[in-house]
Design a protein around this ligand. Structure first.
Ligand SMILES: C[S@@+](CC[C@H](N)C(=O)[O-])C[C@H]1O[C@@H](n2cnc3c(N)ncnc32)[C@H](O)[C@@H]1O
Length: 270
């Protein structure tokens, strides 16, 4: 299409907003189209905190990866990894140990193409084009087998992706399949949107999202999100609103953390 930037991979629908690019827009990235920006703005009009929520989620991801690295984890499986932005998992993990290995997984062609480009010279990090709904394919993929030793502890990152899986697609089975492939001492890092803190805003956000973005958002209550941690032991402070998870500074904790409609947790497989 005339006027498209050169980084657009062939076959991408530039007329329909999608998950990865709308998130990139909220994070201040440049790999999104007008349609994504329009939807991003429409949602931000309903949920004025949206950009702050996206940035807080990203900051949590950084804290969680540093926590895992400090616990000795040197291999990471990041599913629904998104369009690369600042503070990517391999950058943080390889800062702790240049030999740390990262397998990214996404279904979005822009996320995949951009990840491939930035990882071209990194022999310890790779992106797989695969669907979270097919965990067996992810686990059996040559790149996972090559970079991840499933006999040793690994970090499984499911950061703001499970809410794109409908109940009918059995997200608990998906997480359990991934969990069962992990060695004891592995960790799960999970973040999930919830409608519990401020139900009206969350439902209004979901309505705009599901009307205009190609993939539906499935908000879940805390109790359901907690069940994704079955078979893991949550580390302190448990499943909490995103700014409350081991903040770098007390100043980072807002007066009402429920304004950040995302629950996060880190848990260890015993
Ligand atoms: C909201 S973004 C989050 C990106 C990243 N995890 C982060 O925290 O910054 C969700 C990502 O999940 C990806 N995604 C959605 N459904 C997926 C699926 N079924 N399998 C793999 N990736 C998926 C999207 O393409 C998008 O890149």
């Amino acid at each position: 299409m005339a006027g498209e930037p050169g980084w657009v991979p062939p076959g991408v629908d530039t007329q329909r907003a999608n998950v990865a690019r709308v998130y990139d827009y909220w994070l201040g990235g440049s790999h999104n189209f007008l349609v994504d920006q329009d939807v991003g703005r429409a949602i931000a009009a309903v949920e004025p905190n949206m950009r702050a929520i996206a940035r807080a989620n990203r900051a949590f991801l950084g804290r969680a990866v540093r926590f895992l690295a400090a616990a000795g984890v040197r291999q990471f499986l990041d599913i629904g990894s998104g369009i690369p932005t600042q503070g990517n998992v391999h950058e943080i993990a390889q800062q702790a140990d240049p030999g740390a290995r990262v397998v990214y997984v996404d279904i979005d062609p822009v996320a995949i193409a951009h990840s491939r480009a930035i990882l071209a010279r990194n022999e310890n990090a790779v992106i797989i084009d695969a669907d979270l709904r097919d965990p067996e394919k992810i686990l059996g993929h040559d790149a996972s087998r090559h970079l991840i030793d499933f006999g040793r502890p690994a970090g499984l990152l499911l950061m703001v992706v499970l809410h794109f899986i409908a109940d009918a697609e059995d997200p608990r089975r998906i997480v359990a399949t991934l969990r069962d492939a992990l060695a004891p001492g592995s960790y799960l890092v999970l973040g999930h949107a919830t409608d519990e803190g401020k139900p009206e805003v969350a439902q209004a956000t979901k309505k705009v999202y599901n009307h205009r973005v190609a993939t539906n958002l499935h908000l879940r209550p805390r109790a359901e999100i907690l069940r994704f941690f079955d078979g893991f032991d949550l580390v302190d402070p448990g499943l909490v609103y995103v700014p409350l998870w081991r903040p770098d500074s007390p100043a980072d904790v807002p007066a009402d953390p429920r304004q950040f409609g995302c629950l996060v947790g880190v848990a260890r497989k015993p």
